[in-house]
Design a protein around this ligand. Structure first.
Ligand code: FE2
Ligand code: FE2
Length: 129
């Protein structure tokens, strides 16, 4: 397993989405280790990342969150990296290294900073999905 948990935030629908993402990234890591179904696992992972980001962005727009632009920029940056890596799936070690040393630390940090502030805002405005 690559990552067991991320810290909870103040808005439960986001926690659900984050926990779901851990399943996909762990499944991808396992696929890479076994060298089985890597393309499919990567596709499912990246679709989940897109859904995760789109969910937060839709609510940020709906409730006019004050830091929508920097939050979206962080999402876009990591999504671009993931899309670029999708062209390098033949290099299993590169992908594993990226997930372990770039994606996971990014996700932990993003949840602890941007997402924590955003979730606090959603809670404050009684956001509904
Ligand atoms: Fe998030
Ligand atoms: Fe986010």
């Amino acid at each position: 397993m690559l990552i067991d948990k991320v810290n909870p935030v103040a808005f439960d629908p986001m926690n659900e989405i984050h926990n779901n993402e851990l399943k996909y990234v762990n499944a991808l890591y396992e696929a890479l280790e076994k060298n089985e179904n890597v393309e499919k696992a990567y596709e499912e992972f990246i679709n989940d990342v897109k859904n995760h980001f789109a969910f937060e962005e839709k609510l940020m727009d709906k409730y006019k969150f004050f830091a929508t632009v920097p939050h979206k920029m962080e999402h876009q940056r990591i999504l671009n990296e993931l899309l670029q890596l999708q062209t390098r799936l033949d290099d299993r070690e590169l992908i594993k290294d990226y997930l372990k040393n770039a994606f996971v630390p990014w996700l932990e940090n993003h949840v602890n900073t941007m997402d924590t502030v955003t979730a606090g805002f959603f809670k404050m405005v009684n956001a509904t999905i």
